[in-house]
Structure formats: C-alpha cells, structure tokens
Write a protein that binds this ligand. Structure first.
Ligand code: PBG
Length: 335
C-alpha cells in the first residue's frame, strides 16, 4: 500500500514539462549513459556442426554462413571464434551411420568426440559445450528410443548418460542434454560423478518447446523424425507453468545452467525463469529465428544488422544471461 502511494506521488512529480523523456535520448553518448541492458561478447555461444572426414568446410545451404566441419578443420574455426572473444562453442554431430539405438552417439571416434579433442588441443581456453541427444543418430530420427508405439524414457536416459560420459572423456567442459526425457539430468549427473567427472557442468535444455522454428537445423543435422512428431517429449507451446516445473526439476537433478528454447516466441518464459531461479539462464536463438531474419533482410525488407541487434537485446532484456546464436560471430565484431 505504502509502495503504491509512493509510486503515485513519484508519478505526480513526473509531469510534463518538468520531465521531458527525450532529454535522455538526445545523443548517442546520452543514450549509452542511461542504457540499462548491455550486450557483451561474453554472453554469446556459437553453434558448430561437425561430421567425420578430412579437410571439410562445406557451406550449409539452408543456413546462411554456417558450415559442416570435419574434426581437423573445426580447430581452425574455433581459434577464430576465440580470437573474437566469444567464450564458448556448442557442438552438434552429424552421424556417419544411424541405427536403432543411435550407438554412434557414444563412439570414441564419433565426429563430436574427435572435434572436442582437436579443439581442446588447439584452443584450450575456449569452452566446449556438446549437445547430447540421439535424434541425429537413430534411424527413427527421434530424440529417444522407439519401443513399439512409444518412446522408452528410462532406456533413453541410460543411453544419453553413455553419450555424455564419452563427451566428458573427450574433454567437454559442459554437457547439454536436448532430448527432453524425464529424469535425464539426474542420470547424466550420476554417471559423471561415478566416473570421475565431478567438474563437468551441465547446461540443460530445460524448457524446450515443440517449435516450428527448428526446421533449418533438422536439415543440417539430418535429424528430422522419420514418423510422428516430437510433441510427446518437447513442451506444448501454449504452456508456461510447466516450464517452471521443468526448470525446477533439472536444477534439483544437478543442472548448473538452464536453457529456454526457442528464444523469441518464449521471451515471457525467459523473464519468468529469471525472476524465479538463481542459476544462469541461457536462451537459444534457434535456426528458424536466424533464417527468418536472413530471408527478410535478403529480400530487402529489413536491415540485417539492426534487426540482429534488436533480437539479441530483446533476449538479454528478457533475462537471459547467455545467448546461443548463429549470429555470435557477427555480433562479436560489432560489440
Ligand atoms: C536436437 C536439437 C535440435 C535443436 C538443438 N538440438 C532439434 C530438434 O529438437 O528438433 C534445434 C536447434 C536450432 O533449431 O537451431 N534435439
């Protein structure tokens, strides 16, 4: 009540012309002086796609400016990224061969495992985050193991833990499970503890929605489901409370950083999570969001650089501490 009265009297002082809001917008330096949200290169993570082979740096048609790298070539790219001041990369693997359980996902000679070793050797200071999910490795293209008419949750968790351990053994700093099975963070955390990796961090894709904005990515990672959709495990786009429940569970199970994905259609979720939880919050500015902007700027409809910055500021302003974005390199050059 008291507070309300205070606000009311403040509001009364703020009448025109004593207050002219435009005074603090008068010049670039004035705007910088009172700027509330600061975007920094320190907040950015750049995603990279790796596949086995030698000397590969193949442009990806469906995602402007992105490439498929072989493990030997990704180290050079990682060095450039570190040079720009970007603190971390997020690796995704493309499988050589798929099977029912996605067994290549935990192979010691998988593209991701090899790429982690190469990056850690060449650029030890760069943080390597690895996506942990089976969808690029299973014949079904699902993030979990299909048993009859269902996805087997608990079996999937045990396989994800094997995958996570193989990444940790290769030298990954942060494991990022993106499958949305129940209980997987706890199972992964226990596996890491039992095998001598107590310091490996977990960034959980906690509130990952069944979004239409992953389209370009599924092309790149060759990970579209062969049948059904992902709605039995990824979140219903209409839900908000459930996201808080998902995040709470993941923190309890041992996640160090939680993630909301996608970012733009879920800025309210980022905001709510920031209000409620103390751990760092990441947001994933996904492939469809990236390409939507690229397509519009290519068509001459919007300014690419300005709309990129507006996008990144909106995610930061909503409450994200970390932004995973295909714009990271371009943004780093501007910041
Ligand atoms: C794998 C995964 C996906 C993305 C990140 N990890 C695709 C999906 O869930 O279908 C999407 C990233 C992007 O669109 O940029 N589960």
């Amino acid at each position: 009540m008291n507070n309300q009265r205070m606000n009311f009297s403040n509001d009364r002082c703020m009448d025109f012309p004593k207050i002219r809001m435009r005074r603090l917008r008068i010049s670039d330096s004035m705007r910088r002086l009172v700027r509330q949200t600061n975007l920094s290169v320190n907040n950015l993570v750049y995603p990279l796609f790796v596949k086995n082979g030698q000397g590969l740096k193949e442009p990806i048609e469906s995602m402007t400016g992105c490439y498929h790298f072989s493990p030997d070539m990704v180290a050079n790219e990682a060095a450039d990224i570190a040079e720009l001041g970007i603190p971390a990369v997020l690796l995704f693997g493309v499988a050589d061969r798929k099977d029912e359980t996605g067994s290549e996902a935990w192979s010691e000679v998988g593209a991701v495992q090899k790429a982690v070793r190469e990056i850690k050797k060449a650029v030890p200071g760069l943080i390597v985050i690895t996506d942990v999910c089976l969808c690029a490795y299973t014949q079904s293209g699902h993030c979990g193991i299909v048993k009859g008419e269902k996805i087997d949750n608990d079996l999937t968790c045990s396989l994800l833990a094997k995958m996570a351990l193989s990444h940790a053994q290769a030298g990954t700093d942060i494991i990022a499970p993106s499958d949305m099975m129940d209980g997987r963070i706890g199972v992964v955390r226990q596996k890491l503890e039992e095998n001598g990796f107590p310091e490996t961090a977990i960034m959980s894709y906690s509130a990952k929605y069944a979004s239409a904005f992953y389209g370009p990515f599924r092309d790149v990672a060759d990970s579209a489901p062969a049948f059904w959709d992902r709605k039995s495990y990824q979140m219903d786009i209409a839900n908000s409370d459930q996201a808080m429940q998902e995040i709470r569970l993941d923190i309890n199970e041992g996640a160090d950083i939680i993630m909301i994905k996608p970012a733009l259609s879920f800025l309210d979720i980022i905001y709510r999570a920031k209000e409620r939880f103390d751990c760092p919050i990441a947001a994933y500015n996904v492939s469809g969001e990236y390409m939507m902007l690229n397509a519009a700027s290519k068509a001459g409809l919007i300014d690419r650089q300005a709309s990129m910055l507006e996008t990144l500021y909106s995610i930061k302003r909503a409450g994200a501490d970390i932004i995973i974005t295909y714009f990271a390199k371009e943004a780093a050059k501007l910041l």
